[in-house]
Design a protein around this ligand. Structure first.
Ligand code: ATP
Ligand code: MG
Length: 414
């Protein structure tokens, strides 16, 4: 007989279970709570979009567009792409749904995103992001709002220790043009020492050489001219307003003049929260201002600023999460008790208690199940109890036991 091969999990995807699942859920629940404190609205957008949404807004030369997208033709012959990030899709929705009327709009979302990358610790092909955006606000106060939100999220997750906010400015259009020229001159002078990837970047987007991870590029990137000498008065004032806002809100930051964002649409503020606790996957949260994005999608020039964070990377930084607990396990002994227990379990659950029934194995195995589930109480129902209309309720931590009438169980468990 032919052996049936078991299917494999696709490389770079995850089945999230148990302890990992609890960490994951904790990150999402904390984000959901904190975003409400900052008055951001939750939005959900499609997992796939027309390929043009990402290609046009992220820029054809970015790593994401040139190497990492999951692009396919659907049965109708349209080119679609699984979202590699949220910002482009939110900008598309802003235009197609007429959300201009609500501007400035403070939005958050979360869910799976897809990038064809080499999988390793903290790097997946289907991973999850939480995302926050402010669209239609050109003021530095919006950047500050988002950064203070990010800072509070990390604090409430208990992981802000050892995570640093690195901040830079990419200036306005005039600043970028002048700085770009200076960068090209510098990199041209070191052409022979650059990696092949950076030679391509030199033609298409020289700024990206600054955040190259290739060791051949690092000395040349590190000695490149800073943006500071090229900042226009407006760009300088914008950056100063952002840093003043962070100081006023008590958010620590440090300047990283080498920090540029991988995507084409960034202006002014660029930032990353980084840690050395995750090896080379040290960026946990990253973003910046993208005033050029909505225009590049064919919409009216619209300011925007936002960030995204990898849920897996945040989850990896969490302390050991508390083990899951439930209120009670009901342990019936014998078929009659089991029938009665089915009704009792249903009533307790309707009363808002988390309850499981142990119906497998001998008494010992059933009690072991109560322990394994972290139950506060075991509710034991045997023939004697059935006859009396009571259950033996054992407090598992203390080992004490009391008889409780069936009708009073919900009250007793509280
Ligand atoms: P990296 O430099 O690590 O590739 P990136 O600049 O591509 O990151 P962004 O596009 O800014 O990342 O995405 C925001 C966040 O999403 C990152 O800071 C990181 O926490 C997370 N992230 C990015 N790519 C992955 C991935 N392949 N697997 C897991 N998390 C990821
Ligand atoms: Mg990347």
């Amino acid at each position: 007989m032919a052996r049936i091969e078991t299917p494999r999990r696709i490389r770079g995807t995850q089945d999230i279970f148990g302890d990992e699942q609890r960490r994951f859920a904790h990150v999402l629940a904390t984000f959901e709570r904190v975003r409400a404190l900052y008055c951001f609205q939750r939005v959900d957008i499609p997992v796939f979009e027309s390929t043009a949404v990402f290609a046009r807004s992220l820029g054809e030369t970015t790593d994401v567009v040139s190497k990492e997208m999951y692009t396919f033709e659907d049965r109708g012959g349209d080119s679609l792409t699984l979202r590699p990030e949220f910002t482009a899709g939110i900008a598309r929705a802003y235009l197609t749904e007429g959300w201009q009327q609500f501007a400035p709009l403070k939005l958050t979302t979360s869910g799976p995103v897809f990038r064809y990358e080499r999988p390793q610790k903290g790097r997946f092909r289907q991973f999850h992001q939480i995302d926050a955006e402010v669209i239609g606000a050109a003021e530095p106060a919006a950047d500050v709002d988002l950064l203070v939100l990010a800072d509070q999220l990390l604090r409430e997750l208990g992981i802000s220790e050892g995570v640093t906010l690195q901040l830079n400015t990419l200036g306005d259009a005039a600043t970028r043009d002048a700085w770009r020229e200076a960068l090209v001159a510098h990199f041209e002078a070191h052409r022979g020492e650059l990696s092949e990837d950076s030679l391509t970047r030199l033609e298409k987007n020289p700024m990206r050489i600054l955040d190259s991870k290739d060791p051949r590029d690092r000395p040349i990137a590190d000695s490149a001219p800073d943006i500071d000498a090229y900042l226009t008065d407006e760009a300088r004032a914008f950056f100063e307003a952002v840093t003043a806002g962070l100081n006023a809100a008590g958010v620590a930051w440090e300047r990283n003049a080498r920090l540029v964002r991988g995507l084409d649409y960034y202006r002014h503020t660029a930032f990353e929260f980084v840690t050395d606790r995750l090896g080379s996957q040290g960026t946990v949260l990253a973003g910046g201002r993208y005033d050029g994005l909505i225009g590049s999608l064919g919409g009216p020039e619209t300011a925007g600023v936002g960030w995204a964070a990898g849920v897996e990377r945040l989850a990896m930084l969490l302390e050991e999460p508390a083990a899951a607990t439930i209120d009670a396990v009901v342990v019936p002994m014998g078929p009659e008790a089991e029938a009665r227990a089915t009704g009792i379990v249903a009533d307790l659950r309707r009363a808002g208690l988390a309850v499981e029934m142990a119906y497998k194995g001998k008494m010992k195995a059933r009690m072991a199940k109560a322990d394994a589930l972290g139950a506060r109480f075991a509710i034991i129902i045997g023939d004697d109890e059935l006859a009396k209309g009571v259950a033996a309720v054992k407090t598992l931590g203390a080992g004490t036991q009391a008889e409780v009438a069936f009708a009073d169980l919900a009250e007793a468990l509280r």
